[in-house]
Design a protein around this ligand. Structure first.
Ligand SMILES: Cc1cc2nc3c(=O)[nH]c(=O)nc-3n(C[C@H](O)[C@H](O)[C@H](O)COP(=O)(O)OP(=O)(O)OC[C@H]3O[C@@H](n4cnc5c(N)ncnc54)[C@H](O)[C@@H]3O)c2cc1C
Length: 330
């Protein structure tokens, strides 16, 4: 079959590669000038194992289901984080530490930290060490550039009605072309810090920050925050989110970056001394119309021979592949 895949992020690259491997005639159309130009190249890239989702059993179950498949397929695109801490804030957390541990116990392994202060933590009720891994974006970009060599057209924004030449069109643009069943689009800020990349600190559970390794060779970490990363949680269209990102000023970005550092410094003061702000990434996240804390993926039929992927997290790419193969074979 001839298959056109739109969007060169994790979903488009993986699906194009998987269909190519099955012998289909595949072309990937990416509107930007490189792969991973969207959310896939502008997020902390934690390979979720469930630690982030004490509030959603469904999401934890899916993380655990997807994790091993992702590692079997793309384990060499990930790296371990020597010290990867999830800590529960002493105040304002939506769960207490006992509940957090109880929810995760038996589902995923972790080691309790007896004295959080010895790990440089402050104002936390408790903390655990996890084996959560980091997906290395540069390795992923290089891998897919290789696998899809010659199949990608960059700078191409296909029109709505030019799919006739293809047996199938698979829209992996993170709902950039089609906003049906998207609750909202969040224009997002991720701050880049230069500093130690051997540790990650995530504060749970609520409007808290997370420091995560991001680029090993460049010594960069990402800093995100449920409070400060989204510029808005009320954009009803991708155009509105894009317009907001276009109009954001350098001062606003610097202010948010400082706020993120300060909010992390309350729990992990070393972020002020050992790290320095060196840049940022902007992206747009399409949030599904589903359970508030669920991060799922689904494949929507948008026409007789067209499908749209609505992504949640990266790890669900294998599920998306299975479902797409089933639908196009039917
Ligand atoms: C702040 C933030 C933090 C996150 N943290 C994590 C995390 O730690 N772990 C995790 O698993 N997930 C995380 N996510 C979610 C993750 O980023 C997404 O699940 C994933 O990147 C979606 O991949 P995608 O390929 O669907 O979309 P994208 O990576 O956005 O790819 C879509 C591509 O389509 C292209 N495009 C747009 N319009 C068109 C068009 N008309 N024609 C052709 N191409 C087009 C874009 O340029 C882009 O390259 C996070 C997201 C954000 C925003």
């Amino acid at each position: 079959m001839s298959i056109r895949v739109l969007g060169g992020g994790w979903y488009g690259c993986h699906i194009a590669g998987a269909l190519l491997a099955e012998g289909h005639d595949v072309a990937l159309h990416e509107i930007a000038g490189e792969l991973f130009a969207g959310a896939s190249g502008a997020n902390p890239a934690r390979l979720h194992a469930g630690f982030h989702y004490p509030r959603s059993r469904l999401t934890r179950a899916l993380c655990q289901e997807h994790h091993d498949g992702f590692m079997a397929r793309y384990g060499d695109l990930t790296r371990g984080v020597p010290v990867n801490i999830y800590a529960v804030a002493a105040e304002d957390s939506l769960v207490d530490f006992g509940t957090y541990c109880q929810v995760l116990a038996g589902e995923v392994s972790f080691v309790g930290i007896e004295r959080p202060a010895e790990f440089g933590l402050d104002h936390v009720e408790g903390a655990v060490l996890t084996g959560e891994r980091h997906i290395v974006i540069e390795r992923a970009r290089a891998h897919f550039s290789d696998v899809l060599d010659g199949q990608v057209q960059f700078g191409v924004a296909p029109g709505e009605d030019d799919g006739a030449a293809w047996d199938w069109t698979i829209d992996c643009t993170f709902c950039a072309r089609d906003g049906r069943d998207v609750d909202r689009y969040e224009p997002c800020l991720m701050v880049l810090l230069r500093g130690p990349i051997d540790r990650a600190v995530t504060i749970m559970d609520g409007p808290f920050p997370s420091l995560y390794p991001w680029h090993e060779e460049q010594g960069l970490c990402s800093l995100t925050s449920a409070r400060w990363t989204p510029f808005s949680k009320a954009c009803g269209s991708r155009e509105a989110a894009a317009a907001m990102l276009d109009s954001v000023t350098a001062e606003e970005i610097a202010h948010r970056a400082d706020c993120m550092v300060e909010s992390m410094a309350r729990f992990y003061p070393a972020v002020r001394d050992d790290y320095e702000i060196v840049g940022h990434k902007l992206s747009i996240r399409a949030m599904p119309r589903s359970g508030a804390d669920a991060r799922l993926v689904d494949i929507v039929r948008t026409g007789e021979r067209s499908l749209r992927v609505r992504a949640g997290k990266i790890d669900a790419i294998l599920l998306a592949e299975r479902e797409i193969k089933r639908l196009i074979a039917a």
